[in-house]
Design a protein around this ligand. Structure first.
Ligand code: UD1
Length: 339
């Protein structure tokens, strides 16, 4: 059984990926510093997969501890690197925190990959690297545009760091450029649990429906889109998690065309904010209190994925509809709030 390190494995996407890795027969060791997660997530994972993942509480910024970790676990065959900060607004206010947390940690991990001959590395990237696209849907040949936030910049720089490392070592890597992950595991054992006021749309919607927030603000209805609100590609987190498993199998089976590859991971369908709200109301039978407010600084107008490369080369395709995704988000919120 191959042992795979999942950094940030107690986080939202990380925890769902751990479950899918275990389902596919991998043994998982998780590193997490619990900065945006909790130990209870391990129980959720274990309940679903009937296997308890190995766990080390560790902050990847501590280079010495990272090195000690790899001395302890000498049989790791691949790494899926989620651990990173991801709040766009916070990154604008505190850029150095983002550059330290998202870049130093990557460098330390890659140094350990070289030292310990771990040659399979999957990186959590983002559609944010495309900025405001020139044409839709976006495929992987679209240019990477100047980032609009330090967070986005860390994703671009990370891809460059990995590319350069792959060019001079045995490292093989795949960067998955996620579109907007939503939803929760159907068991409601794991899901998204943002600390404080949610910055992302769907957790704000579910918390509003659950009565934790009074009203959802829709940021702008005067964009050049069919209904005036921004368009995104919302993908079920379990579909996204499965993309990591096939990407890992591609690396382990030496199936990559080049040492560094990147794939869009989305559904291929764009949904506007108003469409998301309407779908949520329809599938959950909840009336949502919302109002239209000014645009949010930094939002792009419209992004959705061309998934042909992932479909054809990775052999992966998203399966779940936006309705299923929203319903699972709501079921998770209800479970967490005891509703
Ligand atoms: C952003 C980042 C993305 C990052 C993700 C992680 C950009 C361009 N995108 O995605 O790279 O991976 O965060 O957190 O930097 N909205 C509302 N009301 C709300 C919240 C959101 O109307 O209360 C709208 C936004 O204006 C947007 C859509 O909902 O049009 C989705 O927003 P959000 O969930 O924050 O994700 P992104 O901004 O697309």
């Amino acid at each position: 059984m191959s042992k795979i390190l999942v950094t940030g494995g107690l986080g939202y996407i990380g925890s769902h990926t751990v479950v899918e890795l275990q389902n596919a027969g991998f043994e998982v060791v998780i590193i997490d510093n619990l900065s945006n997660s909790s130990m209870e997530v391990i129980d959720g994972i274990t309940t679903i997969s009937k296997q308890k993942p190995l766990f080390e509480k560790l902050d990847l910024r501590n280079k010495i501890e990272v090195s000690t970790f790899f001395q302890k676990y000498q049989d790791i065959e691949g790494i899926i690197h989620f651990a990173a900060s991801k709040a766009v607004g916070e990154s604008v206010d505190n850029p150095l925190l983002y550059y330290e947390n998202n870049l130093n940690t990557l460098i330390y991990l890659l140094q350990e990959c070289n030292k310990n001959e771990i040659n399979n590395f999957i990186f959590s990237s983002s559609c944010t690297v495309y900025g405001e696209p020139d044409s839709l849907p976006i495929n992987e040949t679209a240019p990477v545009k100047k980032a609009t936030s330090p967070y986005g910049n860390t994703k671009q720089i990370s891809e460059e760091i990995i590319f350069d490392t792959c060019s001079v070592s045995n490292l093989k890597s795949i960067a998955l450029r996620y579109f907007n992950p939503i939803g929760a595991h159907e068991s409601t054992e794991i899901g998204e649990l943002p600390l404080g006021v949610p910055q992302n749309l769907v957790p704000f919607i579910t918390q509003t429906a659950a009565g934790l927030r009074e009203q959802l603000s829709i940021f702008g209805n005067d964009y050049p889109t069919p209904d005036g609100s921004c368009v995104r590609d919302y993908i079920h987190v379990v579909d996204l998690a499965k993309a990591h498993v096939v990407a890992l199998q591609r690396l382990l089976g030496n199936k990559g065309v080049t040492n560094f590859e990147f794939f869009n991971i989305g559904t291929g369908t764009g949904s506007s904010v108003l469409e998301v709200v309407n779908s949520f109301e329809k599938v959950t039978q909840q009336k949502l209190n919302y109002k239209i407010v000014d645009r949010r600084a930094g939002d792009v107008i419209s992004v959705y994925a061309d998934t042909k490369k992932a479909n054809e080369e990775l052999g992966w395709k998203s399966e779940k509809s936006i309705e299923e995704s929203l319903l699972s988000s709501w079921n998770w919120e209800k479970k967490v709030r005891g509703l």
